[in-house]
Every structure is written in C-alpha cells, then in structure tokens.
Design a protein around this ligand. Sequence first.
Ligand SMILES: *Cc1c(COP(=O)(O)O)cnc(C)c1O
Length: 414
Amino acid sequence: MVDITSASASSSSAVSPAVSAASTRPAYHLATELVHIDSDAVKDNYNAASVPIYQTATFKQHNADGSGGEYDYSRSGNPTRTAVEVHMAKIMAAERAFVVSTGMTALDVILRLVKSGQEIVAGDDIYGGTNRLLTYVSQFNGVRVHNVDTTDPRKVEEKLGPNTRLVLLESPTNPLIKIADIRGISQRVHELCPQALVVVDNTMMSPYLQNTLELGADIEYHSGTKYLSGHHDLMAGVIGCRTKEVGDQLYFVINASGSGLGPFDCWLLLRGVKTLGIRMEKQQSNAILIADFLEAQGLRVHFPGLKSHPQYDLHAQLASGPGAVLSFETGDVGLSERIVEGARLWGISVSFGCVNSLISMPCKMSHASIPAEIRKQRQLPEDLIRLCVGIEHPEDLINDLTNALRVAGFPVKA
Ligand SMILES: *Cc1c(COP(=O)(O)O)cnc(C)c1O
C-alpha cells in the first residue's frame, strides 16, 4: 500500500496545519467534559468565553517561503475547527478526531482507505445513505461489499479474509434496532485479520451512551447532524480514531479532498455538543416511557431498553443506556400511514437526534433508497414506524400518539 502519509499533507508549500491534539482520558464524568472546552486549543487573545469563529479562508504567513504560521489555508486547518476536533477527541476518547461536512462525508473519507480489490464486511440493516455509498464503491471502485446480519458474529467471521479492509458496524441498527457485539466482533476481526479496521457508525448512541473505541473499534464516526448538534440546524460528520497512523491517513484525505467542516458550522457543532448530556438523558427517559406505552398496547416494539428486546443484556454490556430511537410494527401499512399522518406533535421527518420528536416510516422515507426486494430480503417490515423522541413533556407525546392511534382506527387500551 502506498504510504499516503509520507506525502506532504499541507495544501500549499511547507506549512503543516495544527493537528487535533491527542486526547487525554476524561477526568470527569462525560456530562461535565461535554461542557468544558479546552481553552488552550485556541489561543484567543481576548479570552472569549465562546470559541471565536475564524471565518477566514487564508492566514498570513511570516516568511517568504510560506512558513511560520500555525495555519495557512482553512481547507488544511482552521482554529475553530481545531477547537471542536480537540473537544470531540476528548469526548470520544480518541487519539485524534476530525470534523467534516456531513455524516456521509465521514464515511466517504473512511472509505478512501479501501483500495480496489479489497473487501468490506458491513451490516444488512444499515442507514440508507450508507447502503447507497457502499453500493457506489462496489459498482465503481472495484471494492467488494458483503452485507451480513451483524447480530450474529459468526456471519461476520465467515466473510473475513486476506482482502478484508473494513468491517463496518452500526449498533443499534436502524431502523430495526438490532445489536451487534462490537466488543466481540472487534476482538475476532483483529485476531483473524490484522490488516482490517473495525469502523462503527455510532450516530444513534452518541458518545454519551457508547464509546466504541474503548470497545475495540479502530474508527468511530457520527453524523453530527443528529445528537451531537441536537437542533437540526447544521450538517456535520465526526470521525475519531484510535491510532496516530490511521489519523494521519484520514487527515490526508480530508485535506486532499477539502471535506473539512467550515468555521461557522464548527462553532455551531461545538455549541450544540455542550448540551448533549442533558438532551440525551431527557430524550432517553421519554423514550423509555413511550416504549412501555406502545408495548402495553400490544404492539411489537423494537427498543433495547425493553426487557423483551432479544439482545437486552448484550446492549447493556456495550452502552450505558438504550437511547431515544425506537420502532414499532402495526401489522398493516395503511394503518401505519394513518398513524404517522394523524400525529400532530410528532413531526413527519427523516433524521433523528433533534430536541423535537419525529415520526417516520423508514421504508417510505430514510430507507427508500434501498430497493424494495432488498428491503424484503433484509426483513425490513414495510409497516414499520420509527419514533425519534425529543425533550417535550412525555405526557404530551403519549397523548398525541394515543390520539393518532385512535384516529387511525387502532383499538387503544385505556
Ligand atoms: C444521518 C445518518 C448518517 C448520515 O449523516 P448525514 O449527516 O445525514 O450525512 C449516517 N449514519 C446514520 C446512522 C445516520 O443516522
């Protein structure tokens, strides 16, 4: 493999932009760490309480050869981006973290580590956009992609071989909320395939509930559009990695392709992530009440906070909570459509992680890019309704759902 890191990473001549400093292990609880931004990450002359937005493309240099400044060009590095990257590295317990333009960009950057002829083992219940990008690289880049049921580690193991470069996991999966044993799979992959990297899309749990690098993954990434920012007011992707070597390779791609997050969005992301702890606690406690309510109605609910979830114990070993995304089946596509359309408080929208509650039908919305026959193969129920629970008062959320169920013709139990 060509050592891409030996090439000059900088956009112009000799200046190497500031790296995201290596993390130190969090000294406080994560809720505390989230709020505290390392003020040394950006040397601000005025001690601004909020990290300044360096809305600039270029930085003046001291010397004629272009050297002397810490930053030269914002594609390569920008102080506001450094601040959020250092913060995210701390939160994810990563050697280094990067912020890029969207969650899909994060995956795109990671996929550049895979050469033609190499293979990827991925889940079969994955984010629709992930499925689309993996299909693209398999069709155009000569990369073989195996989609397997990652809830069964043996199915992953069966596909491992000398050409395996990435094992890509999501847990819980979306929208069926199935659990992959990130710890066990990472261990087996590293034993059997030392050249392979375990990559986890940890968007649904957020770093607040699950730390996949500590579970043994090599790379963890997020759609920062979701819980990390929390308000659906920006798009971002976050990547954290465990080693400097992988960090250098990822940085090279980000600088070369220009996918780093712009200064204003970096600032918004940094502001949003400070409240991740309280948002997630509230969203999760609401979700637990709603899952209980739906299960009591006799509906089939997928949520790892329910004892009826077949992998309840496994999830509890991996994460500190069930999160705030759940799905349920009604047995009838028409009924599901009427429920979704009958909700008033629950906004019909793709995505999740926002402070307000959302309702959707994955097969018609977020996962519509997966062809119908593949959805069927992967046992994705067409009537599935996904709920992404926000921070509203739980009584209002449950009352609104009750009303939507009634109006749709579902016999609600008192
Ligand atoms: C939203 C999402 C993505 C993609 O992120 P964008 O920011 O929309 O590009 C990837 N994975 C999961 C699990 C997501 O929910």
